[in-house]
Design a protein around this ligand. Structure first.
Ligand SMILES: Cc1cc2nc3c(=O)[nH]c(=O)nc-3n(C[C@H](O)[C@H](O)[C@H](O)COP(=O)(O)OP(=O)(O)OC[C@H]3O[C@@H](n4cnc5c(N)ncnc54)[C@H](O)[C@@H]3O)c2cc1C
Length: 473
């Protein structure tokens, strides 16, 4: 049978663009199908880019507010300015993901929603295209929980919040995960009185417990966080919303100008007609094996739609593996053990591998924990910015199984630990790397030195060294 394309990619976001560009560079005949009028997906338009632009703008407003009293009029102007700046940042990055760039690579671009008619055929608008292999990379959307009355109000999600121009005076945020907390923090710094409702007993519950405690203490200096608080009902109220919630078994009500819902994500698979292609789904995501093949060997799924880890760098990593497997016929496998992520709050949080609790369950007495408070590091002391902690978890022989930090810029300087782990080096190797003093990453070598202290002092080896120095030198 002859096909129109060797590979058809559904979704022009982080995962899909990696696959399409990679496949074209290997000489494959590629179709790329995107239902929105622009390429770049969630990360560029409603996720990473606008949120990080907003966080930076909000940080600058927050710093200004330390030195001068800002009035309501100032905050209104600064809010609008911050939102305009977000729009400009997205536009600048959009140029990089322009359609022309992909067309120049020889890719055929289709601007329509795609769905399967059978295992080798897609309906794309009023066209039908066939392909030998497919990569589904359709991303995810905000999950809206079925709270009574939710559809009676004009709630915000990550898809609409960046279109605000007028500063809301107050906002209720349902959901204390990464997206909810990052956006709440930025909003509060732009003069919005924010209250986060989180159903669990902590915000950022995927982080190491000790790190979360520090984050929660720090963040609650700037906004209200109600934990063990579940929204039961939402109603319109005057110009805004009224949210009824239960906290610790007691019913309460909170009113605000706007409501942001940040209660997780759901894979964009509903309209794909996956049953027609024989592709299996479980828990709302596409099932894949470690080589990213679905239940149909010629159909791959990468990025948020396969439910692995919802990050751009994961979609990119999976995209590269899918290209090798789908186009070159290799059998590379995706591995998730060495993937870091960052929560871009102030202070930032870095996360790699297992939390202490997970590592303890897995490694028991073989686990070593090395910690340095930023208040014990010269650079952070010099900057008067000592809130934070570095924690590295290793096996008894120094294999890194988890690394966590909270502190100014932690997302940048902690990656050194991730790099060492990715190169299959032991944690103690960092002790032998000379760090320029007093760069912030000195706190990592300081933590690595603790490994030697643990191994040498109090050990038999230390007794031998002491005997040698005393008797023979
Ligand atoms: C507020 C927020 C902040 C974030 N911040 C970060 C961050 O700092 N760092 C990080 O790593 N990750 C971050 N993420 C996560 C990141 O955005 C996603 O993990 C990433 O975009 C996933 O890429 P993807 O290719 O799977 O999906 P997407 O990039 O969303 O691309 C999917 C594309 O498929 C299209 N599509 C869907 N269905 C069809 C169809 N049937 N036919 C045609 N086209 C279709 C969609 O229109 C979309 O363009 C953030 C997410 C949010 C919401």
């Amino acid at each position: 049978m002859s096909f129109d394309y060797q590979i058809a990619v559904i979704g022009g976001g982080s995962g899909g663009l990696t696959v399409a560009a990679g496949a074209a560079s290997f000489g494959a005949k590629v179709a790329l199908i995107e239902r929105k009028p622009h390429l770049g997906g969630d990360c560029l338009h409603y996720g990473c880019m606008p949120s990080k632009a907003l966080i930076q703008a909000a940080k600058e407003v927050f710093e200004t507010s330390k030195y001068q009293q800002l009035t309501d009029v100032d905050y209104d102007r600064l809010f609008e300015g911050a939102m305009n700046r977000v729009e400009e940042a997205v536009k600048d990055v959009q140029d990089h993901d322009s359609k022309d760039r992909f067309v120049e690579l020889g890719i055929d671009l289709f601007e329509a929603e795609a769905f399967f008619e059978d295992e080798h055929t897609l309906r794309v608008g009023d066209r039908r295209i066939t392909a030998k292999r497919f990569v589904v990379s359709t991303g995810s959307s905000p999950f809206i929980p079925p709270i009574n009355g939710v559809d009676t109000v004009d709630y915000l999600t990550n898809e609409t919040i960046f279109s605000l121009r007028k500063r809301p005076r107050s906002m209720v945020v349902i959901g204390g995960g990464i997206i909810g907390v990052e956006l709440s923090h930025a909003m509060s710094r732009l003069g919005v009185e924010v209250t986060v409702l989180e159903g669990g007993d902590k915000i950022l519950s995927n982080e190491d417990g000790e790190i979360t405690d520090i984050a929660q203490r720090s963040i609650t200096k700037e906004l209200h966080v109600l934990t063990n608080a579940t929204a039961d009902r939402i109603d319109p109220f005057e110009e805004g919303v009224k949210v009824s919630y239960t906290k610790d078994g007691v019913q309460n009500v909170i009113q605000a100008d706007r409501l942001l819902i940040a209660t997780g994500r759901k894979a964009n698979i509903e309209s794909l007609n996956l049953e027609q292609a024989g592709v299996e789904v479980s828990n709302g995501s596409i099932n894949v094996d470690s080589s990213l093949k679905t239940s149909q060997k010629h159909i791959f799924a990468v990025g948020d739609c396969n439910g692995s880890m919802p990050f751009t760098h994961v979609a990119g990593m999976e995209g590269k593996i899918a290209v090798s497997n789908a186009v070159l016929g290799l059998s590379r496998k995706a591995s998730y053990e060495k993937i870091p992520w960052v929560v871009y709050t102030s202070p930032e949080i870095y996360h790699l591998g297992l939390t202490e609790q997970e590592a303890r369950e897995k490694y028991g007495d073989d686990l070593l924990t090395f910690k340095t408070k930023l208040s014990n590091n010269d650079r952070f002391m010099a900057e008067r910015n000592t809130e934070g902690l570095v924690k590295v978890l290793t096996t008894n022989r120094g294999k890194i199984v988890g690394a966590h930090a909270i502190g100014a810029g932690a997302g940048e300087w902690m990656q050194e630990v991730g790099t060492v782990q990715a190169l299959n080096k032991k944690f103690q190797a960092i002790s032998n790397i000379i760090h320029p003093y007093p760069a912030r990453n000195n706190v990592i070598s300081q933590t690595a030195d603790l490994y030697w202290r643990e191994k040498l002092f109090g050990s038999r080896l230390n007794d031998i060294i002491r005997w040698y120095v005393k008797k023979l030198r």
